[in-house]
Design a protein around this ligand. Sequence first.
Ligand SMILES: *Cc1c(COP(=O)(O)O)cnc(C)c1O
Length: 357
Amino acid sequence: MNVRYPRLLVSRNKILENAARVVERCARSGISLTGVAKGVCAREPVVRAMAEGGCAELGDSRIDNLASIRTMNLGLPLLLLRIPMPSEISLVVRIADRTLVSMAETVSVIDRECRAAGKTHEVVVMADLGDLREGVWMGRMEKIAAALKASPRVRCVGVGVNFGCFGGVLPVPEKLEQLLSIGKELERSLEYPLPVYSGGSTSSLALLENGTMPAGINNLRVGEAILIGADVTGSRDIPWLHQRTVCLEAEVIEAYRKPSVPVGPLGLDAFGGAPVFEDRGERLRAIAAVGRQDVRIEGLTPELSGAVILGGSSDHTIIDVEHVRPEPALGDIMRFFPDYGALLALSTSPYVAFDVV
Ligand SMILES: *Cc1c(COP(=O)(O)O)cnc(C)c1O
């Protein structure tokens, strides 16, 4: 096979094992797991690994990704994670089984599109408990509860919350207790029980690990932990999961010894930034053929010890390899481990190939 670079190489088995371990850890506390596929743009082998690992549901933030998961016929319910655009709701009720919502008007549009399509749809109402991304602020549910009561084709199945997404707010037991009481109140107002209490994402696993997850939280929506074994909000690797499950391979297109400070009058770089340089004399530098168009360069860790990423432009990543032995040469393949943000970008670049080992 003719390998194309740059490419992402994914270890299907490590991701399968991560999924199974997270499923098992959650199950011990009565928590079902929604496997979140957006980090790899819902690539089929990875989605299948999540299903095989025992995820009870599959989620993605993009309806296009859910549509491709739908064609995999895995027999699992599909959850749309990003509160929907009104303009996509006719598609959403055909493709997704469940959707996260935060506005009364959205519920009404879902009901209307369901009537047009002859369908029903389930929703999970998001509460914003301080992270300041989506959700009904601190659970002021009156308006959305009224819309749900007036929408016979929309069934509310639960409440959910996000942490660590915009505000970087950490999940703590008190916040999840708050979610439980918000859900109870919504149950009273809707006059039916809500089976789903969705207590967040990867960052909420910490509460399971230290035994502080409040009883009653019975679902988590997890991507990052399964995909790369990390928790960026808690800035940690998760010790009972595999890291380095995915690597980026990029080809060296130049290797030269050059000064460490630019020569000539300085303007701004290609992205309008004003980079700062430290004079370390002449250094051996490699250029790898992958760039900001494909990846968040700051989210890459080189595999080679001694290699340091200096920066990059749209199509180039520049790496100090002065202390790397053997010295990288033209045509060598350099490997990097992406963090979650870098993985997300790499997975959606049409210039980056995707292979499974
Ligand atoms: C991405 C996402 C998740 C999964 O988050 P991870 O940090 O990958 O575990 C959960 N819920 C929502 C709404 C999301 O957008």
